[in-house]
Design a protein around this ligand. Structure first.
Ligand code: 13P
Ligand code: ZN
Length: 273
């Protein structure tokens, strides 16, 4: 990592490890082909790693509106990918391609506190609305990921796949592990303008039921305790999509696991539905 003497990461091994994990995940997104140019974004709630010295840090930008009022985020700190920044660059230099923000006491504005004036992702409303909900319900989830997985986005161009739980059932049936490691399946948000508060609100609604949400003709939004776990959920879904598409490319409709086989593994793995 590129760490000059002024980095907030210096002398903070736990926070450094957290940021290294984000950088590692960003590298995987690029290697997967899910992160063309600046595609996708990551935010992680890092408040548990924040000490008094960080709390004293002055703002290095003006107060910016979030576009939403989020009462549970008062005084919380987030690492955010910078808007327009590339995942492949973030993988090597996370503090040059993202920044640490503090949510102000009005719960409606944020400031950047470190390392540099890198403005956060344009999808900040979706990320922060979801983080607000995690704290509201006492969830252990701290990471949110938006990415553009090729096969899943391709499947979202077919209306039949967008009906409730059709895609979840299809993807789960391609290989047993998908249901085991993405047990809630894939929620669907119909096309909305990127970066909009309506997209944020629609995403939050689906996350009441699912850990991964499809943004029609755009990408997915995934949540979990840390960024690697959020990545894994998208990865297993995308693997299933690739198996489905490979079978179709060989000229046949894949059988999929039977309902009995799915039921058997749901019980064996103690899965929710
Ligand atoms: P940002 O560069 O603003 O994070 O936007 C990327 C993206 O995928 C928007 O949906
Ligand atoms: Zn996007």
């Amino acid at each position: 990592m590129n760490m000059d003497s002024k980095s907030i990461l210096n002398g903070r091994p736990a926070l450094s490890l957290k940021i290294e994990q984000i950088a590692e995940a960003a590298g995987y997104l690029w290697q997967k082909g899910w992160a063309e140019r600046n595609g996708g974004n990551i935010t992680v709630n890092i408040t548990e790693y924040v000490d008094d010295a960080i709390r004293q840090l002055p703002a290095i930008c003006e107060e910016n509106p979030i576009g939403l009022t989020l009462p549970h985020l008062k005084g919380q700190y987030f690492y955010c990918k910078g808007t327009g920044k590339r995942m492949r660059d973030l993988a090597r230099y996370p503090m040059d391609n993202g920044s640490i923000i503090r949510i102000l006491d009005d719960c409606a504005h944020y400031v950047i506190v470190a390392d540099q004036q890198v403005m956060p992702t344009s999808e900040l409303p979706s990320h922060l609305l979801v983080h607000n909900w995690f704290l509201e319900i006492g969830s252990p989830y701290r990471a949110t990921l938006h990415t553009h997985p090729i096969e899943l986005v391709a499947m979202s161009h077919n209306k039949d796949f967008l009906k409730k739980d059709v895609l979840s059932q299809l993807l789960w049936s391609m290989i047993p592990e998908t249901k085991a490691f993405c047990p809630k399946g894939l929620g669907i948000v119909n096309y909305q303008l990127p970066g909009s508060t309506i997209l944020a609100q629609s995403t939050l609604k689906e996350l009441q039921e699912y850990d991964v949400v499809m943004w029609e003709k755009h990408g997915v939004f995934a949540v979990d305790e840390d960024i690697m776990k959020a990545f894994d959920q998208v990865d297993v879904l995308c693997k299933s999509a690739q198996i489905y598409i490979s079978a179709k490319n060989m000229g046949f409709e894949p059988d999929g696991m039977s309902q009995e086989q799915m039921k058997e593994m749901t019980i064996a793995f103690h899965l929710p539905k």
